[in-house]
Design a protein around this ligand. Structure first.
Ligand SMILES: [Zn+2]
Length: 236
C-alpha cells in the first residue's frame, strides 16, 4: 500500500501527464500543442530548464525516458510512470529501523513517520475530515514531527542534543520526550488515558495502530485525548 504523500505525487503526475498527452493529441493548430512543442524543443535541443525539461527530469527519476530528439510531442504512458512512482516510494521504506528511538540519525524522522503515523490504508484520508484549519494544522504538525516536544527541539539546539538526552521535562521517568512518550508513557497524561481508556488496548499499543483505530478516526482520537489539556496545548 502506498503512502498518502505518494498518492499526492501520483495525483500531480497524473494531471500533468493528462495535460501533456491532451496537448500531444490535439490538432496541429491547437495553441497548447504549439506552445508545448516549442517548449519541448527548447528543452531537448538547447537544454532550457523549462516545463518540458522539468517533466523529462521527473520522468527520468522514475526510469521513464522521453526521446531526446523530438519533432512532435511524445505521448507519455501514465501507467508506467505511476508504477515507477510507486516503486520509488517503496524503496523509501527499505532498511528503516523499526524503532525511532534507536534509529540512525539519518532518516530518523522518516523512521518516526513510517513507524508511528504511516496510514495502513488511504481509503479515508484523515486530512479530508471536516475540522477547522487550525485543528488540522496542529494535528498535521504532530504527525510530521513539527512540534515542540524535546525530541524535536533538541534537534534544533546548537550543538544538537543527542537523542537519548532529549528527555521529557514534565515527569521523573527520564524518558525520551517523543511522541510515543506523550501518548503512552508520560504520567502527567495518565488521567486522560484513564478517561479515554477504551482507546488504549493491546490491539492499539503501538503508535501506528493507535492512530489507525477504525472506530474512531485518528484525528478525533487526537483531540478527544488532548483538547482539554492546556499543558499539551503548549507543547504540540
Ligand atoms: Zn514525561
Amino acid at each position: 500500500m502506498v503512502s498518502t504523500f505518494i498518492d499526492d505525487d501520483i495525483v500531480l503526475a497524473s494531471k500533468t501527464i493528462a495535460f501533456w498527452n491532451a496537448s500531444a493529441s490535439a490538432q496541429a493548430s491547437c495553441l497548447h500543442r504549439l506552445v508545448l512543442t516549442d517548449n519541448l524543443q527548447d528543452a531537448s535541443l538547447h537544454s532550457v530548464h523549462n516545463f518540458s525539461w522539468s517533466v523529462s527530469h521527473c520522468l527520468c527519476s522514475v526510469g521513464y525516458h522521453l526521446p531526446t530528439q523530438v519533432q512532435s510531442i511524445p505521448v507519455i504512458d501514465t501507467n508506467t510512470v505511476i508504477a515507477g512512482l510507486e516503486h520509488q516510494a517503496s524503496l523509501s521504506w527499505n532498511n528503516l529501523s523499526s524503532n525511532p528511538r534507536t534509529a540512525p540519525t539519518k532518516n530518523a524522522k522518516l523512521c518516526t513517520w513510517h513507524n508511528c503515523f504511516r496510514p495502513f490504508n488511504t481509503s479515508n484520508p484523515y486530512f479530508l475530515l471536516p475540522v477547522s484549519g487550525k485543528r488540522m494544522k496542529r494535528f498535521l504538525r504532530f504527525r510530521l514531527s513539527c512540534h515542540s516536544l524535546p525530541i524535536e527541539t533538541g534537534r534544533h539546539h546548537r550543538p544538537p542534543i543527542p537523542r537519548s538526552s532529549r528527555l521529557c521535562p514534565h515527569c521523573p521517568l527520564a524518558s525520551v520526550g517523543d511522541e510515543y512518550h506523550l501518548v503512552f508513557e508520560c504520567p502527567i497524561f495518565q488521567p486522560l488515558r484513564d478517561k479515554y481508556h477504551t482507546l488504549f488496548s493491546a490491539r492499539t499499543s503501538s503508535m501506528r495502530s493507535f492512530f489507525a483505530q477504525k472506530e474512531h478516526d485518528c484525528l478525533q482520537i487526537h483531540f478527544r485525548l488532548f483538547r482539554h489539556d492546556k499543558h499539551l496545548e503548549l507543547i504540540i
